[in-house]
Design a protein around this ligand. Structure first.
Ligand code: B3K
Ligand code: ZN
Length: 868
């Protein structure tokens, strides 16, 4: 296989200071004329004489150098490369290529979606538009002319500012064509190039940046979705304001545009001045969008906007440095969301996501460092490790330096590297320079894969408390031996009543211990034996092991001032109760009885912060429970989790009913308080649904019918369907009838059905794959149906008869022929193969081995790593 290695990095042979593109969109094909100004790179003292460009699926119509057509002997086209032999030091190269966006189902490069044309170039999609050195360290100033039929494509967009436009002279058979020229004054790598042609509605607003200039904000969507853009606009303005206040970063062009596109591989893309978004991450309306999706829109809009500095103005030298922009930008969007909403709730949600998804990635066959050392297909490295663990690595630097020095360091970073393509080391160097700290040990977080385990042990003898912390990181594929990392462990010590003890003479009650060696011990005199509150705020992305007893966990859950530690205590209580059911065959009722007082305590205080109470009262997912038991037996995990939830529903029946009733709001409100109440109310209803409480089917049918917003409507539907309650099938039909023209709502309809636990869901999913509304070419739909089954429903995916595995294999094959990136991503769902009970593991391996033959390079890389 074709492996690219960080160690082999060489600066580009030629630089491209200017790029002129002419994109002529016709019916059935598009002609792209690219004129590149090229210069030999002075940084390459080996003086390479040939120019090598990247290209895929391009039909080369002509090639000329400094105006003269090149004879075929002067160049060679092979294996995605165009080599032009013995070129001068400085020259202009013009190529004309023909491409077929209409046939592009991979959704990389230029493609068509619902009648509009759009692009996705990161990471290596620009090479599907024209011949170019497609690498992030070649920065060029782009001028782009887009031409198309005026009637069908009245709107022609690209990066930067529009500088000219006009009608095309009428030809014989054609008329009504127009063009617009855009100029982007900022040099950028080609992965940030974008273009849109379509007939779209626009929501306009303006934002005045701190230094006084007015910026036009244009948000585009299909005409029918114009009423779903307000939330994105509000979020964008908040993000612009926040980046000025918190990072001193102003927007730099006169116009900022976002276009919503239905067919999209990822969430969104930060193209310079022209962000392109998956509709799911930008459209929002209470009638069609859940509260969770509202929050997602806010954070993704902010994330892409923040990239304008962390990613676009300062970009990555090579794709190994991807976390330089992604980890940093996720950290920035998480902090933004924390400032806009409840910080404690956002932190727990982020940690929960990391622990449930990134930790398993880091402990399985797909483990890789935040800065990988090699890859086959870079598309496969847009991972939770690069994004979410990368964000934690930046967060730790923020914690180590403190907010003031961190800001000085990012100021230095943006100033020093503006307009350049740099590395993770360059970022850390700014942190070191400002703080005067040596972070060389810390940098192992970038190069070492795997989730570190921190063991804590303590003793209390004669008034002296000693805490011993030790660390080790288990081996990961290709990295046997691990070095100790620099791990900040924030902690407090609580007295038996849950009050934090003073840790020094100043009366501080919280401290950060930096664990740098394999083992370290800290001692201090204390008046009583404390309950340690460890890893507060989740101060490092590690697994913390400490032998808490139940009383300590209840103390933490009831009294800890740290939101993460309270939630973590609840999780530990749930996990150990479930382990006793799964491993020792104890009864769910018995386990619940032990936990009941603690949970009642949470419910008593629920009114203080309903969203946080909902988090504390939500059980770990079956996937997370399964990850703690070997071998993985999803049916057994499901039986235990289900029994426990039913017991919880029954035992606290009155509490749930009271919450479901008292949290009902007379009318819809969109604020955080109302969202928190809805969340807890839907959780209460779900426990009643699980317990099949008296009259609950009727209550849910009414909630479904009279819902004031999608959160209630889909929430009630999901509870009816997953518990097979009366009226579930009718509600499903009504829902599909009501929402058949709303693609994002129909996605939820598919997802709700794919999430029903148990093997019978495989047959249902199979039937849904033939539903007229199911489309293999629409990634959101595929993720809703197949992604939910594979990643969110272990007891169906791993059905004992192997039917889930066969369905998965069929889906992978079908998808791989259409969209290899989406197939490879779905393929990640098999990463627990080796953890499965033997018969299940054999069945999954057999199914996947068949898919491996003839798989795309994207899917093959993932399957090879999983199959070993
Ligand atoms: N940078 C894009 C990701 C593009 C992925 C291409 N395979 C979105 C983001 O992280 O903001
Ligand atoms: Zn990003």
């Amino acid at each position: 296989a074709n492996v690219t290695r960080l160690a082999d990095y060489l600066p580009p042979a030629y630089l491209v200071p200017r790029t002129h593109l002419d994109v002529d969109i016709r019916d059935g094909h598009t002609l792209v004329t690219a004129t590149l100004t090229l210069e030999r790179n002075p940084a390459r003292d080996d003086r390479p004489e040939d120019l090598v460009l990247d290209g895929e699926h391009l039909e080369l119509l002509s090639l000329s150098l400094d105006g003269a057509a090149l004879p075929a002997s002067r160049y060679r086209e092979a294996d995605g490369r165009l080599t032009v032999f013995s070129v001068p030091e400085r020259f202009e190269l013009t190529s004309v290529v023909r491409i077929e966006p209409e046939k592009n189902t991979a959704l990389e490069g230029l493609y068509r979606s619902n009648g509009m044309y759009c692009t996705q170039c990161e990471a290596e999609g620009f090479r599907r538009i024209t011949w170019f050195p497609d690498r992030p360290d070649v920065l060029s100033r782009f001028t782009t002319t887009v031409r198309a039929d005026r009637e069908h494509y009245p709107l022609l967009l690209s990066n930067g500012n529009p500088v000219a436009s006009g009608e095309e002279p009428q030809g014989e058979e054609e008329g009504g064509r127009h063009w617009v020229t855009w100029e982007d004054p900022f040099p950028k790598p080609c992965y940030l190039f974008a273009l849109v042609a379509g007939d779209l509605a626009c929501l306009k607003d303006t934002f005045t940046i701190a230094s006084g200039r007015e910026v036009a904000l244009h948000l585009y969507a299909e005409h029918r979705d114009l009423d779903k853009l307000d939330h994105a606009m509000v979020s964008l303005k908040k993000a612009m304001d926040w980046d000025e206040r918190v990072y001193g970063r102003e927007y730099d062009l006169d116009i900022f545009q976002i276009v919503a596109v239905s067919h999209f591989n990822m969430g969104a893309m930060e193209n310079k001045g022209l962000n392109i978004f998956n509709t799911a991450c930008v459209l929002a309306h209470p009638a069609t969008t859940t509260d969770a999706a509202f929050e997602r829109v806010e954070s993704v809009v902010a994330h892409e906007y923040f990239h304008n500095w962390s990613g676009n103005r300062v970009t990555c030298r090579d794709w190994f440095q991807l976390s330089l922009k992604e980890g940093f930008t996720v950290f920035r969007d998480q902090e933004f969301s924390s400032d806009m909403n409840s910080r404690a709730v956002v932190r727990v949600e982020n940690v929960n996501f990391l622990v449930n998804h990134q930790f398993p990635e880091d402990q399985g066959p797909l483990a890789h460092p935040v800065r990988p050392a090699q890859y086959q297909k870079i598309d496969n490295f847009y991972t939770l490790t690069v994004y979410e663990k990368g964000a934690e690595v930046v967060r730790m630097q923020h914690e180590l330096l403190g907010a003031g020095d961190f800001r000085r360091a990012t100021d230095l970073y943006f100033e020093r590297f503006d307009g350049q393509a740099v590395t993770c080391d360059d970022f850390v160097a700014c942190m070191e320079e400002v703080s005067g700290r040596d972070l060389s040990g810390f940098k192992r977080w970038y190069s070492q894969a795997g989730t570190p385990i921190v063991n804590a042990e303590d003793s209390y003898v004669d008034g002296l408390y000693s805490l011993t912390l030790s660390q080790h990181t288990p081996a990961t594929p290709g990295q046997e031996d691990k070095q100790p990392l620099m791990i900040p462990v924030k902690l407090a010590l609580l007295d038996p009543r849950g009050k934090p003890l003073a840790l020094n003479d100043q009366g501080d009650t919280e401290t950060v211990v930096i664990l740098e060696r394999a083992t370290q011990t800290f001692s201090l005199p204390l008046p009583v034996k404390p309950t340690p509150s460890l890893l507060r705020g989740f101060s490092a992305p590690v697994i913390l092991r400490y032998d808490f007893d139940e009383t300590q966990l209840q103390t933490l859950l009831a009294h800890d001032s740290d939101g993460f530690c309270r939630w973590d205590a609840a999780q530990r209580l749930y996990f150990s109760a479930l382990a006793r059911i799964i491993e020792q065959g104890e009864s769910a009722e018995q386990q619940l009885a032990r936990l009941r007082p603690a949970l009642e305590g949470v419910i008593r205080r629920a009114a203080e912060d309903p969203a946080q109470a909902a988090l504390l009262l939500t059980l770990p997912t079956e996937t997370a429970i399964g990850d703690r038991h070997a071998p993985l037996d999803p049916a057994r995990v499901h039986r235990a989790a289900h029994a426990f939830k039913v017991a919880l529903g029954r035992a606290l029946d009155e509490d749930w009913r009271r919450l479901a009733e008292s949290l009902r709001e007379p009318e819809y409100r969109a604020d955080g308080d109302a969202m928190g109440k809805r969340r807890l109310r839907m959780l209460a209803l779900s426990y009643l649904g699980l317990a099949k409480a008296d009259g609950i089917a009727g209550d849910l049918q009414r909630t479904f019918r009279d819902a004031a917003c999608m959160t209630e409507e889909i929430g009630a539907l999901g509870i009816l369907v997953s518990n097979g309650l009366d009226g579930a099938e009718t509600a499903l039909e009504q829902f599909a009838e009501r929402w058949r023209d709303e693609a994002l709502v129909m996605d939820q309809w598919f997802a709700v059905q794919a999430a029903v636990p148990g093997p019978a869901t495989v047959a249902r999913a199979k039937a849904l794959m033939s539903h007229p509304a199911f489309e293999w070419t629409l990634p959101n739909r595929v993720r809703a149906l197949i992604g939910t089954l594979v990643n969110g429903n272990p007891s169906a995916f791993h059905a004992e008869d192997g039917s889930g595995h066969r369905l998965f294999a069929e889906a992978l094959k079908t998808l791989d022929a259409i969209n290899p990136q989406i197939a490879a991503r779905l393929g990640n769902g098999a990463a627990r193969l080796d953890r499965l009970r033997e018969d299940l593991s054999t069945s999954l391996r057999t199914a996947l081995s068949e898919v491996r033959e003839g798989a795309s390079a994207n899917l093959a890389e993932v399957l090879d790593r999983i199959l070993g």
